[in-house]
Design a protein around this ligand. Structure first.
Ligand SMILES: [Zn+2]
Length: 134
């Protein structure tokens, strides 16, 4: 029997005893219990969300300045934004474009340069001048 049914039975018993004061006190207890049950439900929800956020962070590894999610099959998936994951603890998948060498976060707009000779390649693509030759 839950608290609500137990209190309902107690109020019914107080009613049968014709004890108005007891019935009134039990009704007050019922209201307080309803508030506690509501608080409890909110806390449970927050706990579930916190556990999910913790789990997301535990599944991540940091390299090349971004996060990668370790999959059950041993592969990595990503990249994920370090600003969003370290700050809001949200896993935001970064996007990339063909015309430059950055990963970009669609949530916070953070741009992270990809590893490798990307800067050098982007200069070459735009001009004939190669500042790195010779
Ligand atoms: Zn972000």
């Amino acid at each position: 029997m839950g608290w609500y049914e137990a209190l309902k039975d107690a109020i019914k018993a107080a009613d049968q005893l014709r004890n108005a004061e007891l019935k009134q006190k039990l009704a007050e207890v019922q209201v307080e219990c309803a508030k506690l049950a509501e608080d409890n439900a909110l806390l449970r929800q927050e706990l579930i969300e916190m556990r999910e956020k913790m789990q997301v962070h535990q599944d991540m590894e940091f390299h090349n300045n971004v996060y990668w999610r370790r999959m059950a099959d041993g592969n990595s998936e990503g990249p994920y934004c370090p600003k969003c994951l370290d700050g809001e603890r949200k896993a935001a998948r970064m996007t990339e474009r063909n015309d430059d060498y950055y990963w970009r976060c669609p949530v916070c707009s953070k741009a992270i340069e990809k590893p490798g000779p990307g800067f050098r390649r982007s200069i070459r693509a735009k001009t004939d001048f190669d500042p790195f030759s010779g």
